[in-house]
Design a protein around this ligand. Structure first.
Ligand SMILES: [Zn+2]
Length: 434
């Protein structure tokens, strides 16, 4: 009995052991299978912006963007046996590896270097990238050749620079950035707007940069002068809203709402559209001498005028007049104020039927409230060539030409551009100086 019992117990134990082994084996296989399927779905991790590491300037902040589930990232840079660890930790939120590259802190010099990025993922996954990098720490040499010294609010400035060992340059006026155009070997030029409300303390600086990302900055000693703009108070009649505003809107609205919709919302959209059109200018001077006023016309509105609108004795809206209004006879022929390429023809909000001509280096002229447009987009027009007729399309009280000058899509004071002497001293001289 005893022996039999012992035998039974042994058999039982063996069976349990076999079951356990089988269980362990199958769960292991299952685990591996699940892991493999999971890995297949998740895939190997990737670095999305490897290219950012091919050129290394004196100083650069780069954040490597990762795709996939990365547990740890190691980034090191090697040059002639010297090694420098840039990062060795889990990525931030599993996705970002911030690198603060300061070449002199890494003990490296200009020339070739190797960057290795190792990503650890899953259970034992490991992927290594190798990049041939080029270290270049010498910043470009920047010299200001000539610039406009003095600019009133709403005016235009020009600047010409020389850049050695660089790739390009741009201009910063406060928060705004404007491109500089290459005008031959190592020389760059641009025009730029000073806004009507530009703070006279705004800093204006030129930045030259190279392909690696090194840059050199110089401040311009340009003075911005405050301008007292004219104030106009305009009474809105019920008739004007019924005959001009409602047909322009194409739907009925209460009078004040209708006026505000056109004067404020349409205007805002127009400003955005002009900025887009104005950002695509040819890098070539196409203007010849001063811009032309509409022949035989009177100036009925000037640039920068602040307008307050009243309806039934109450102030209801305000705006700025961003151009010159020229009034002549009805349907007067409108000549191109200067030579250039037509970049826009058609309807635009408050401007009605409009033509825009590009004169190069960010300078454009615009003609609003027109009818009978005679030119096409892409066409070159000579100064004085008739492009359309005056009318009162868009937001206009009567037949007149709204003439505007834009620099990089921002309207500036056309008065300067109508003045041959101003144009010679402030713009052409800057462009021609060596
Ligand atoms: Zn106008």
């Amino acid at each position: 009995m005893k022996y039999k019992k012992y035998k039974l117990e042994r058999r039982e134990k063996k069976r349990i052991k076999r079951r356990l082994l089988r269980f362990l084996f199958f769960s292991g296989v299952l685990g591996i299978a699940v892991y493999m399927i999971f890995s297949l779905i998740v895939g190997k991790p990737q670095v999305e912006n490897l290219r950012d590491l091919t050129m290394i300037p004196a100083q650069k902040d780069i954040t490597l963007r990762l795709k996939g589930d990365v547990k740890r990232a190691t980034v090191k840079i090697i040059q002639e046996g010297k090694e420098f660890i840039l990062y060795d930790a889990p990525p931030i939120q599993g996705k970002a590896v911030p690198l603060d590259l300061v070449v002199k802190n890494m003990g490296l010099k200009d020339g070739k270097a190797q960057v290795f990025i190792t990503l650890r993922y899953g259970l034992f996954g490991k992927k290594t990238y190798h990049i041939d990098a080029w270290i270049a720490t010498t910043p470009p040499k920047l010299e200001v050749v000539s610039y406009t010294r003095y600019i009133p609010q709403g005016g235009t400035g020009a600047v010409k620079v020389r850049v050695k060992d660089g790739y390009g340059a741009y201009l910063e006026v406060g928060q705004e950035r404007y491109p500089m155009y290459s005008i031959g070997k190592e020389e760059y030029f641009t025009l730029y707007p000073v806004k009507v409300d530009q703070d006279p303390a705004t800093t204006i600086k030129v930045v030259a940069y190279d392909l690696a990302g090194n840059s050199t900055t110089l401040l311009l000693k340009t003075q911005i002068k405050k301008v007292e703009f004219k104030i106009d108070r305009i009474k809105l009649s019920e008739e004007f809203i019924r005959k001009v505003i409602i047909p322009l809107l194409g739907r009925d609205m209460p009078p004040v709402d209708a006026f505000k919709e056109v004067n404020e919302n349409w205007r805002k959209t127009d400003v955005e559209n002009l900025k887009k059109i104005g950002s695509n200018s040819i890098a070539k001077k196409m203007w010849e001498g001063n811009f032309l006023q509409l022949p035989g016309s009177k100036v009925v509105s000037t640039f920068g005028d602040i307008r307050y609108y009243y309806y039934q004795g109450k102030e209801v809206s305000t705006s700025r007049h961003m151009g010159y209004d020229f009034a002549s006879v009805e349907n007067a022929p409108v000549p191109a104020s200067n030579s250039g390429v037509v970049v826009f023809t058609g309807n635009m909000g408050i401007y009605g039927k409009m033509v825009i001509i590009d004169h190069g280096f960010g300078l454009m002229s615009l003609y609003g409230h027109l009818s009978q447009i005679k030119v096409k987009k892409g066409q070159f027009v000579k100064k004085g060539e008739v492009i359309a007729s005056t009318d009162s399309t868009g937001l206009a009280l009567g037949d007149h030409l709204h003439f505007g000058i834009m620099i990089h899509g921002i309207e500036v004071n056309p008065k300067e551009w109508l003045d041959a002497k101003w144009l010679r001293t402030n713009i052409n001289r800057v462009l021609e100086e060596n």
